[in-house]
Design a protein around this ligand. Structure first.
Ligand code: SF4
Length: 430
């Protein structure tokens, strides 16, 4: 028996810097060698016809400039290396209309390399652009035993699934040295909420599939990020294009994950899209308002205060220096409580903005998309960050540094446990 394998593939370029490809392969058995030539020709014709027929269906084709987040920050004041992709921006070749100049951005930081990202982060990045740290999901792993520096001897999980060595350290785990070399609002907030939760997430690097709520939040952020980026590039995305982005983000966020939808995924998906449409209808941002920055990674040097580098990603900066953070929530936030609970985050954003632009922010807006039966959009406006808030943030950072250095990872049981993804680990912690 002679086995003959044949494959045919074709890749075609599409507008908007995209391409698609398709391949078909087949394996057949021949009775004798004499028929190889004839059979090959026949297979080639058949496979080519099959590929050509299918590849004409282009599916979603991104509009011009789609996903070019590398050019999103307007007038950058950073190194040429950081601005590497800047040269690719066709808009920068156009003469700029005369208008009041926005603040100049500096200390704009590149986001973490693909090697440090969880698989789904890389998928998001390929498909849509940047990914926020707070959405990062550490890889599947449990306990790190042999670390080169800052190992943790205080905490042990009751039932580790497997162990790793320093030389094969999984992506989600970070050393104490890494966690104190730079700081971020999301890490500080987790630390404030519960030190054991911080340990599970950042030190042990335990991976959890996203909850439906987290998946909704990630998808909403992705759609709004692309909507903002398009306006930064000077055009408005059609509702159909946003719908396509939404559908893709919904799928990508679930790749390799097990989200427990309790049989309601389609209902939740439809409600999430309705929520996005409501936001687009009710947002105070007009279609022609060009952002100052979109999903920008920035850093603030706090060494003058004896503190490490503060890093973070700001969702959006509206014209005039108004920092915007998008949140999805199951209930309407109380403005006073929100200002209190989000202070570490909002103060960090204010500091980052000031360091990046040399200007004081004009205020901070928190845009809530509320997933109630009757969805609502609520915009809470906070004033510029005050000196008292900055002083408080510095005290929080100092406490964080001391606590992490001495591996103070004790639990803080409270109302937050109801939504904690590490509840089971916490119950068996020793
Ligand atoms: S269950 Fe509660 S105490 Fe335990 S890690 Fe989570 S938030 Fe902390």
């Amino acid at each position: 028996m002679i086995r003959l394998s044949a494959a045919y593939s074709k890749k075609v370029g599409l507008p908007g810097y995209s391409s698609h490809s398709f391949s078909v392969s087949i394996e057949t058995e021949l009775q004798n060698l004499d028929s190889v030539r004839e059979e090959s020709a026949c297979l080639y014709d058949s496979l080519q016809q099959a590929v050509d027929q299918q590849i004409q269906k282009t599916g979603f084709v991104p509009p011009d400039g789609y996903g070019m987040e590398v050019d999103k920050n307007g007038v950058w004041n950073c190194s040429q290396k950081q601005r590497g992709a800047d040269r690719k921006d066709p808009e920068r070749k156009q003469p700029r209309p005369k208008r009041p100049r926005p603040p100049r951005w500096r200390n704009v930081r590149r986001e973490s390399s693909g090697a440090q990202q969880a698989p789904n982060q890389r998928a998001y990045r390929r498909a849509f652009g940047s990914v926020r740290e707070k959405k990062s999901r550490p890889v599947r792993s449990q306990v790190r035993r042999s670390e080169p520096e800052g190992s943790n001897h205080m905490i042990a999980l009751a039932h580790p699934r497997f162990e790793s060595t320093a030389t094969s350290r999984p992506e989600g785990q970070r050393t104490i040295a890494e966690l104190t070399k730079t700081i971020s609002a999301s890490r500080l907030s987790t630390w404030q909420r519960c030190r054991l939760q911080f340990y599970f997430r950042y030190v042990a690097g335990i991976h959890k599939s996203p909850t439906p709520g987290l998946h909704i939040g990630t998808t909403v952020h992705t759609v709004l990020q692309q909507w903002n980026l398009a306006r930064w590039h000077g055009h408005e995305l059609e509702i159909q294009e946003l719908r396509e982005i939404f559908s893709r983000a919904w799928i990508i966020g679930q790749e390799g994950e097990q989200i427990d939808w309790e049989g309601n995924e389609e209902t939740v998906k439809s409600a999430t899209w309705d929520l996005i449409q409501l936001y687009l209808h009710e947002t105070p941002i007009t279609p022609d308002e060009k952002p100052e920055a979109v999903e920008v990674g920035v850093e603030a040097d706090l060494s003058g205060h004896g503190l490490p580098l503060l890093v973070g990603v700001i969702d959006l900066v509206r014209t005039g220096g108004r920092i915007v953070d998008f949140k999805t929530s199951a209930r309407r936030p109380d403005p006073e409580l929100l200002a209190h609970t989000a202070e570490t985050q909002t103060t960090s954003y204010g500091l980052l903005y000031r360091e990046a632009t040399g200007a004081k922010e004009n205020g901070i807006e928190i845009h809530h998309l509320i997933k109630t039966k009757q969805p609502k959009i609520v915009v809470n406006e906070l004033g510029p960050v005050t000196e008292a808030q900055i002083a408080r943030l510095f005290r929080v950072i100092e406490a964080y540094l001391k606590g992490v250095a001495r591996e103070d990872f004790v639990p803080s049981p409270g109302i937050q446990c109801a939504a904690c993804e590490f509840f089971n680990e916490c119950r068996t912690w020793r």
